[in-house]
Design a protein around this ligand. Structure first.
Ligand code: KIV
Length: 271
């Protein structure tokens, strides 16, 4: 029987076993109780409480404004909904880049106040000291390399990263450094598929891709994007599994029409 079917609760160890067995890992973002309940019931392996909440939940242009308190709020809502999936929480911009002591106290707050299972941090060797300090407290860390949206003002654009040899080999070195430090998995975002495959082959920990092709150990998508709730975002890597924007719009329009016409509520919909 495949590993994902055997486990009642997904752990970092489960993900490791899945990679070794060649079983792909599924990961989706989640930010609130109701949605997380459905995602977990569907059987996803990992729910990422992404700082993309800053975009899709709060309407900010970037992921930078979301605060540690707000991430903890989203994470607690998700944890209350989940029975099986591993819940990983993004450490928000400004909560770990300063120094490793501050990074550790941010990670401890996330774990203590939300009940989540792990944290995710953007960056490579430049944040290694913070990663190591968090790991010494027994908090599992997922890395994030390639396009790291918290550094958008350094990059300037959301285009594919590491197309040039120099950046590609730095990314590979970063992945090895994160593995050696003890990270349990790494997200690689928007990098060439050949490079992503090379990284996945050269490290033993699971590599989870978004816009990084099929040669990696698992995939992650932002739930609002894959459901088609956000109809203004259609990058090449995104597969839309629904068009909820249209479906929700039509439901709201029908409701408004029914209220205005007096059709809702009818005689069976009242006391
Ligand atoms: O915040 C987020 O949703 C993420 C994923 C895109 C990997 O970091």
């Amino acid at each position: 029987m495949s590993i994902h079917k055997q486990v009642k609760k997904v752990t970092t160890h489960t993900l490791h076993e899945m990679k070794q067995a060649g079983e792909k890992i599924s990961m989706l973002t989640g930010y609130d109780f109701s949605m997380a309940k459905i995602i977990d019931a569907a059987g996803v392996d990992v729910i990422l409480v992404g700082d993309s909440a800053s975009n899709v939940m709060a309407g900010h242009e970037t992921t930078l404004p979301i605060t540690l308190d707000q991430m903890i709020y989203h994470a607690s809502s998700v944890v209350r909904a989940v029975d099986r999936a591993l819940v990983v929480v993004d450490m928000p911009f400004g909560s770990y880049q300063g120094n490793s002591k501050e990074a550790l106290s941010s990670a401890i707050r996330i774990m203590k106040e939300s009940g989540s299972h792990a944290v995710k941090m953007e960056g490579g060797q430049e944040i290694l000291e913070s990663i190591k300090r968090i790991l010494t407290a027994g908090i599992p860390v997922m890395g994030h390399l390639g396009l790291t949206p918290q550094s958008i003002y350094k990059f300037g654009t959301y285009v594919v990263r590491a197309k040039e040899e120099e950046e590609a080999s730095r990314l590979l070195e970063d992945a090895k450094a994160l593995e050696e430090a003890g990270c349990f998995a790494i997200v690689v975002e928007k990098i060439p598929s050949k490079l992503a495959e090379k990284v996945a082959k050269q490290v033993k920990i699971p590599i989870i891709g978004i816009g990084a092709g099929n040669g990696v150990d698992g995939q992650v998508l932002v739930v609002h994007d894959m459901l088609g709730i956000n109809n203004e975002f259609s990058p090449r890597f995104l597969r839309k599994y629904n068009n909820l924007y249209d479906q929700m719009l039509h439901s709201f329009q029908r409701y408004i029409t029914d209220v205005r016409s007096g059709d809702f509520p009818n005689s069976t919909e009242q006391y």
